[in-house]
Design a protein. Structure first.
Length: 90
């Protein structure tokens, strides 16, 4: 499982994405799950990071899900029309 930090804004986006993609490449499971439950401070960059991670996972033939997405970030995703792309982990 990949884990998001407590803060993910434009300032941390590049480093966080690099970390997530490295973790994604190291995992061998068919499904990628990102744990966002620690995320407390975020902006739209968090959505961009999650969507890029999703794109990479799907390009590698894997599934993608997000666990513990904060309500406010879920609302932001819905507002931008990408809420269905960030499926909750079952």
């Amino acid at each position: 499982m990949l884990v998001l930090p407590a803060e993910l804004t434009h300032r941390q986006a590049t480093a966080c994405l690099r970390m997530l993609l490295q973790g994604l490449r190291m995992q061998r499971e068919p499904g990628v799950v990102v744990d966002a439950s620690a995320l407390a401070v975020f902006d739209t960059a968090a959505l961009a990071v999650l969507l890029e991670c999703r794109r990479e996972a799907l390009a590698a033939g894997r599934t993608f899900a997000v666990q513990g997405l904060p309500t406010a970030l879920r609302g932001m995703a819905g507002l931008y029309g990408v809420g269905t792309l960030l499926a909750p982990a079952s």
